[in-house]
Every structure is written in C-alpha cells, then in structure tokens.
Design a protein around this ligand. Structure first.
Ligand code: ADP
Ligand code: ASP
Ligand code: MG
Length: 410
C-alpha cells in the first residue's frame, strides 16, 4: 500500500464534470489499495475573480482580509470534491489549512510553511477515507488565515508529501509534463522525461508556472520526487529529480519567460555609500521581492539605479521609492510595466562556452533590444519589451536546438 499525494490545478477542477472526473480517477487509484491525500486548487478563474472583487472595493486591499477572501476558492473545491466522492459510494473528508493544521509565518499573500501537523490526516486515512486538503492556505501563530502566493497549491502538495513521507507526489495539470518551454506559446516545445531540481527551480523562478518555485525548493530540500502529469490522459509526465551526470550533456535545456514583472528606474541618484541600502530598506521591509538590479557607473557623482519587482508590488514600490527618492535628492522615478524577461536555463551551461553570445545574437537578429541582463551559473535572463516575448521565446528555442523535429514534419 502506497501513500500518494496528488494535486489538481484550477483547470483540472474547473467545472462540476471535471471535479467528478477527478473523483473517479482518485477512487480508481484508491481501490487499488493506496492511501490518497488530494490537494486542490480553486476552480479555474476563481482566485482572479476574488482578487477582482477586492480591487473593486480598493486598489490596495488590506492584506489580512485579502487572504480571508482568496482562500475561499479552495474551500469550495475541496467541499465539492468530497461530496462527489461520497455520491460515488466512497468516503472522503475535506480539510482546510487551519484544520490540518498547516502553520506558516505572518506574511499575508506570500506566507511560508514552517510546520505541518499530520495527525488529523493520518487518522482520517486510517479510517479508510480519501482526504482532500485545500491548497494555497495556512494558519499563522495569531490564528489568522494566510495564503502562500499565486500557484501555492503546488507548495501545499509537496510540503504535505514531505511531512507525510509520501511515496510519491503527483502534480496533475493541463499539460503533459514539463516542456522545454511553455507549450502554449511554442508549438515545437518538447516534453522532458526528467528535469533536475536545480533546472526546475530556475525554470519556475523565471516564469514557467507549471510548478510554483517554493514547491520545488521543498522537493529539493526533502528529496521528494515530483511527477508532473496531465489530468486528462494517462501518459507518463515529467519526473523532477536530483541531477544526474547525463543532464550536463546539453548546454540549454529550457526557455522561460515572465510577463509579471515591472521595472523601476531612479534617475540621478547621489552616488554615495549607504544610498542603495536606504533605497531598498523600505522595499524589503514591506516584504517586496526585488529581482534584477542594475546600477550604472556614476557621472558627476550621480548614477541611475534600475530594478524589477512583481507587477502586483509595482504600485506599492513606486510609492515607497518615490518618497525615498525625494529624501535623498534623486531627480525622478520612472516606472515601466510593458516589459518581459526571457531566460535560457541549463546545468550544461557550466561546461559549455558561447551560450551568452548565441542568446544575444539571436535576439539582435530579430531587432529585439535588451534592456537588462542577469546571469547565474545555469541561466541567462534578458529584459525586453513585452510585445516581443513570444517571438523571443520561439527564436531562442530554435537557436538552442530545442525544437521538436516531429512537430516540424507534420
Ligand atoms: P495549474 O492550474 O494546473 O496549477 P498552471 O496554469 O499553474 O496549472 O501551470 C500549467 C501551465 O504552465 C501550462 O498550461 C503552461 O501554459 C504553463 N507553462 C509555462 N512554462 C511551461 C513549461 N516549461 N512546461 C509546461 N508548462 C509550462
Ligand atoms: N488558487 C491559487 C491561484 O490561483 C493557488 C493555486 O491555484 O495553486 O494562484
Ligand atoms: Mg499552478
């Protein structure tokens, strides 16, 4: 008997018919003698709808109340799923984050899980029930509901798999696995059979939303193998596992893009010790994650500082930075939301030369201007105008030999 944690995303539970189909699929695996813990997302579009409701009240909703609101999407899914299982003659029990309990820190909207109690889940499993847990939500130590950030149900699933020492963690979604790039924008994307935790971490952090980044961090830390696969077929998907020697053979294994960031530029900042710290201090204290940062060499004691943040943090960041810019005597603050980051990823970059050169030349050939560049050992990212995103992804995918030849022939 195996203990299996499965997570179904929003599209997979997007209608009553789909919830019934998931219930049938889960029951089938359960009656083969497995214990099943099913993590569900909100039905497709619900979380966005709830955020919109909040934004209809105010542009900057109270973060505690926003979490109370957006966590309700998952509550609906688990209740409907448990009902569906019961109508099929099997026993199920839904549990919300606080009932489990999934303990997190206090950062509303991007809380981190620090501990999961497993007793209640195990008790229910031992009574022969299918247990369904609401994804994306937890409980802080003031007893308040928190949420884990967009896509956070993946993290709930992997963290539960680690806490329960599950035999396998399966992430069911609307594509067949992890591809060399987003199959919805590049028809020649290829499904990978395996990907290393390191590459998946980079792909996720650079925008491949098929797995949420913290879920991969958890999986790597606690050695949880993840199987990413389709809800709608029985095909084998992609295993996310520890790196093997073979994986270094190719220089670039994937291309990712992210349209969720915005750029902030502070013009003519006095170039003095401590200035960067003063600018970023209020931003960090507000829990805002800063991504790419570039500071130019100074001219006449003045410099420009540019960085990117999530679009959802853009409004708040502009306000914080404008206040500080006035205090330190910078000339002005500019913002740009029409940007995208395209990235190439591969553990093979450690041993292959010329990868950056190919990337820059490929973008240049299409006349795509690079605004910022950042690199790490296994990735290179370029900030470009948002309207060129799809084109950039496709030409890079081809330039690094990732195109699916079968697709080309058809
Ligand atoms: P779910 O609702 O199941 O959590 P998501 O929408 O969060 O699903 O993630 C699945 C989507 O991720 C796919 O539909 C696809 O468009 C996108 N995606 C982006 N990059 C990749 C990639 N490299 N491989 C597979 N899917 C990707
Ligand atoms: N419902 C949440 C979201 O849309 C969490 C998830 O689906 O993983 O971001
Ligand atoms: Mg998701």
């Amino acid at each position: 008997m195996a203990l299996i944690v499965q997570k179904y995303g929003g599209t997979s539970v997007g209608s009553i018919e789909k919830i019934r189909a998931v219930a049938e699929r889960v029951i089938e695996t359960s009656i083969q003698g497995n214990q099943m813990v099913i993590v569900l997302s909100a039905m497709a579009g619900q979380t966005d709808g709830l955020i919109k409701l909040a934004n209809d009240i105010t542009e900057d909703p109270d973060s505690r109340e926003l979490d109370v609101l957006v966590s309700t999407g998952e509550q609906i899914s688990v209740a409907l799923f448990a009902m569906a299982v019961k109508t099929m003659g099997y026993d199920a029990r839904s549990l919300l984050g606080f009932q489990v309990a999934i303990h997190t820190d206090h950062l509303f909207g991007k809380a981190r899980i620090h501990d999961i109690e497993t007793d209640r889940i195990i008790r229910n499993l031992d009574q022969g029930r299918i247990v369904t847990v609401a994804g994306f939500q937890g409980l802080d130590d003031h007893g308040d509901i928190t949420t884990l950030g967009r896509g956070g149900s993946d993290t709930t699933a992997v963290a539960l798999a680690a806490a329960l020492k599950a035999d396998v963690c399966e992430i069911f979604t609307d594509v067949n696995g992890v591809y060399t790039t987003d199959p919805n924008i590049c028809p020649r994307a290829k499904k990978m059979d395996f990907i290393s935790y390191e590459e998946m971490l980079e792909m996720a952090s650079l925008g491949a939303k098929v797995l949420e980044i913290r879920s991969v961090e958890f999986a790597k830390k606690f050695d949880v193998p993840i199987h990413v696969r389709s809800t709608f077929t029985n095909e084998r998907g992609t295993m996310v596992v520890a790196e093997t020697k073979d994986m270094e053979k190719v220089a670039v294994s994937g291309v990712a893009y992210n349209k969720n960031e915005a750029r902030v530029t502070i013009r003519k900042v006095p170039d003095q010790p401590g200035i960067a710290s003063r600018i970023f201090d209020p931003v960090f204290r507000a829990g805002i994650v800063v991504d790419m940062i570039v500071q130019n060499t100074s001219q006449d004691g003045l410099t420009d500082l540019t960085f990117t943040v999530l679009k959802t943090d853009f409004y708040k960041t502009m306000k914080l930075v404008s206040d500080i810019a006035a205090e330190i005597g910078a000339e002005r603050v500019l913002g740009d939301e029409d940007i995208a980051k395209v990235s190439i990823i591969g553990v093979g970059m450690r041993t292959h030369a010329g990868v950056a050169k190919t990337m820059f030349a490929t973008l240049a050939k299409e006349n795509i201007n690079i605004m910022m560049i950042s690199t790490s050992e296994i990735k290179i990212s370029c900030l470009i105008e948002e309207k060129y995103t799809e084109l950039a992804v496709r030409v890079l995918h081809k330039a690094f030999g990732l195109d699916d030849e079968k697709e080309k022939a058809s």
